[in-house]
Design a protein around this ligand. Structure first.
Ligand SMILES: [Zn+2]
Length: 427
């Protein structure tokens, strides 16, 4: 198997790599991040972050085989962190993470200024982040704006009892008559940009179906099943308590640790490298495959769509890295049979994404272009769901991280829609 993938702007020819690195990181249940600094460090081994307590925010393999890792450090640990020889090669991404969060929420969650109450808001919806309840109302408003070609759907129920809901849209042949395009957003709670970009995609479909030939073509040929927030408990928790929360809010026997990584709990590759059996880990895989209600519901929905008319494209939307992740994540040495076709489509999408703002999106099998992750959704939807394209896409950015300024919501949506229009033109 040989193909080309794009990493750091370079096109690389890849035969096979055999790399493994278990992901484990400390968990901090702090509500305040005042005075926390965020560093980007270059490390030989992504897990060798040193003895100083840190919160790992993101990591990725670099072209040279080293790792670029973003770490948040508490004020009391900054001195020791900076003194460590391990962190000599560092840049500061944020001087006060708590101040960043405060600025973000002043203009978003607590007073977004945009509340959809039965009428579909215009593009002003994308000027701010929104409370979870407003998202739910927004989906209802989207559905009501295209009433004959859509319905609200519920894929299951979260651990705390919230419906995992979204929208199903279809074209002129009627509902459930075409292969599926299946989107999941906000599986990781702190990745706020993902749900609102998915909403931007929905907005373009709902408003474009009346007049845009490309939207008409894709919606007439595919049924869209879109779940903008598949981890509602986690998203609510990031808005009430801990902005950096990642997992679901599941409690379990034999541990006081809360939360399982929904994106390590799928059954394909479950429990392998790039996931953790430790309940306090940010990448805790659960005690058994599909033992979170959220993952179980999404897996059942995947199988339903597979059996209905098959799955053309699945995208699990994440942030932050700016990478199109193809399968597989659980292995660096095995690839889907149609990997060359997948690379070609990803290359076209990446080029289209770059058109509006020159934003760079790399692409390739997730294990090679980002890091190994076992038990993730795209691998399951590829192998069990038999999707032609079973992907994850890591959205903006590479500087602000999870606290992407609201001014970047609309550009992020615009460039992703450009990328998807390329996909629609090929489908
Ligand atoms: Zn994620």
């Amino acid at each position: 198997m040989k193909f080309k993938l794009k990493v750091g702007g370079l096109l690389l020819a890849v035969a096979a790599l055999g790399l493994a690195s278990p992901l484990s990181q400390p968990v901090f249940e702090k509500i305040s991040y005042n005075g926390y600094k965020v560093y980007r460090v270059s490390l030989a081994n992504k897990d060798a972050v040193g003895d100083t307590p840190v919160i790992e925010l993101q990591s990725r393999r670099s072209d040279s085989g080293t790792w670029t890792v973003d770490l948040a450090v508490a004020p009391s640990n900054i001195g020791a962190f900076e003194a460590s020889g391990l962190h000599a090669d560092r840049t500061v991404l944020s001087h006060d993470l708590g101040a960043d969060f405060a600025a973000e929420s002043r203009i978003s969650v607590q007073s977004s200024g945009v509340s959809s109450k039965g009428a579909l808001p215009g593009l002003e919806w994308f000027n701010a982040y929104h409370p979870y309840a407003d998202h739910v109302q927004y989906w209802a408003d989207l559905q009501a704006a295209l009433p004959n070609n859509s319905e609200l759907i519920v894929a299951g129920t979260s651990f705390q009892g919230r419906p995992i809901q979204g929208i199903h849209l279809w074209g002129k042949s009627g509902k459930d008559s075409k292969p599926a395009i299946f989107f999941n957003g906000n599986v990781h709670a702190r990745e706020w940009i993902t749900s609102i970009v998915v909403e931007y995609i929905l907005y373009q479909i709902v408003t474009g179906y009346k007049s845009d030939p490309l939207v008409q073509k894709v919606l007439d040929n595919y049924d869209f099943y879109v779940l903008p927030v598949v981890n509602p408990d986690g998203l609510v928790y990031t808005q009430t308590t801990n902005r950096l929360w990642r997992k679901n809010r599941q409690t379990r026997s034999n541990t006081t640790a809360v939360g399982t990584d929904i994106n390590r709990n799928w059954s394909v590759g479950w429990g392998g490298d790039g996931s953790s059996p430790v309940p306090s880990s940010e990448t805790f895989s659960g005690y058994a495959p599909l033992d979170t209600p959220e993952t179980a519901a999404l897996a059942a929905y995947t199988r339903k769509l597979r059996d209905l008319h098959g799955i053309k494209l699945y995208v699990d939307w994440h942030s932050y890295a700016q990478v199109i992740l193809l399968s597989y994540g659980y292995t660096c040495t095995g690839f889907p049979a149609n990997i060359d076709e997948q690379i070609d489509l990803a290359a076209g999408i990446s080029a289209a994404i770059a058109k509006p703002y020159n934003t760079t999106f790399d692409y390739g099998p997730g294990c090679l272009v980002l890091y190994q992750s076992s038990g993730n959704g795209r691998d399951y939807v590829t192998d069990v769901g038999k999707a032609q394209f079973g992907w994850g896409i890591e959205l903006r950015d590479t500087q602000y991280g999870f606290v992407l300024p609201p001014e970047q919501i609309l550009p992020s949506g615009i460039e992703i829609w450009e990328g998807l229009k390329y996909a629609w033109s090929q489908f």
